[in-house]
Design a protein around this ligand. Structure first.
Ligand code: SF4
Ligand code: SF4
Length: 167
């Protein structure tokens, strides 16, 4: 049989919650004296390590040439099916490559930043860089094309030549 336990009426000082108030003030004061851990985002941004996997971008070599040869390995490996490539001829004067992407699109709303495209690329043409902040009002706005990918990627220095190429 259940036993009823009478609840003890609170004393006057307990009803004022003074103890809880003082505990809360102690915590507030303790944090007031510490260095703030919050940031005024987006003006202030946290430290991003070099191996951070942000948004995928396309990069050019130090001579401003497209590194991507439209082999489509990244398109095939992408688990989220976020990459779409249509190969085309290499631009005139780019005799070092057979072809280049006529269309190269990445759907940022699908990308899961796994880095597989960067891993598989034989030319180190697609690189996940540090940018992580992007938004759009609809799905089409999250689809970025070749020009935007090159603009975001820029030119990376020699250390990104996987096969030790110098030109
Ligand atoms: S990071 Fe992963 S999900 Fe994003 S485009 Fe590359 S392979 Fe696809
Ligand atoms: S980015 Fe790399 S893996 Fe993808 S198509 Fe271009 S060369 Fe091939």
């Amino acid at each position: 049989m259940a036993k009823l336990v009478e609840r003890r009426p609170l004393k006057a000082w307990e009803r004022l919650n003074i103890l809880a108030f003082l505990k809360g003030m102690r915590t507030t004061l303790r944090w007031l004296l510490k260095r703030p851990i919050t940031l005024e985002y987006p003006e202030a941004r946290p430290y991003i390590p070099d191996n951070y996997r942000g948004t995928p971008t396309l990069v050019k070599d130090i001579y401003g040439r497209e590194k991507c040869v439209a082999c489509q390995l990244c398109e095939h490996i992408c688990p989220a099916k976020a990459i779409r490539i249509t190969p085309g001829p290499a631009p005139e004067g780019f005799s070092h490559i057979g072809r280049a992407p006529a269309i190269f699109q990445i759907d940022r709303s699908r990308c899961i930043h796994c880095g597989l495209c960067e891993e598989v690329c034989p030319e180190e043409a697609i690189v996940l860089q540090k940018e992580y902040s992007f938004s759009g009002t609809d799905r089409n706005a999250m689809m970025i094309d070749k020009e935007e990918l090159y603009e975001a990627g820029g030119t990376l220095p020699d250390k990104y030549f996987k096969w030790g190429k110098s030109e």
